[in-house]
Design a protein around this ligand. Sequence first.
Ligand code: PGA
Length: 251
Amino acid sequence: MRKKIIAGNWKMNKTLNEGLKFSDDIKFELKDIKPKAKVILGIPFTHLEKINTNSEGIYEVSAQDCSSKESGAFTGEVSSSMIASTGAKFVILGHSERRAYFYENNSQLAQKVNLCLQNQLQVIYCCGETLSERNENIYFDQIKNQISEALFHLSLQQISSIVIAYEPVWAIGTGQTASAEQAQEMHAYIRSLFLEKYGQSIAQNLSILYGGSCKPSNAKEIFLKEDVDGGLIGGASLNTNDFLDIIRAIE
Ligand code: PGA
């Protein structure tokens, strides 16, 4: 059976001390909840090592990006091997904010994916269309390009380390969620792309998360859809109670 995952994405929020307090709070509750999903926190690079140690294995930590270079004279960059050395097991790649504000493209993302896999890091690969792409009815093509150009060079073995997060750009941080039907439609399409390229077993085992204004009030309806295997949670992952309620929503 494929894995259910609830991943938080703190973006550029929380100091280290605030993060450690959040970790203490959710650890306590998670012991009680016994979540039906793997819980992952996408946190700033500076927090990875300490919060990973603090997690006591009750949840996993993830970076939110990594360099497309292996090492060397790239001031300010953080490599995938550095991330792996903190104990983190995941990296979020291709988030729409990185694509929009830092001009990341699919071929650069393919390099980042390769480096993460070389360093035994699993990748949560984000894809999603803008509102105008949806309105122009080219959103399936856009998702297909984002996925095939960054991922479809991978081998059967490598692709099993990939988790997909479908995050329609028009739903991120806007309060406007995709309907459960819209999410299901795209998730089923994404799974069909993997079926065509990698076959039944990979497609059936691929976890596809929904992201975009997911909150306690709408999480359950979305998570009940057949091809939705959990969520990538931005704003609501900053608040302990909201994040825990979203974790409780997974069945
Ligand atoms: P949001 O962000 O839940 O605040 O919409 C989701 C994301 O960007 O991963």
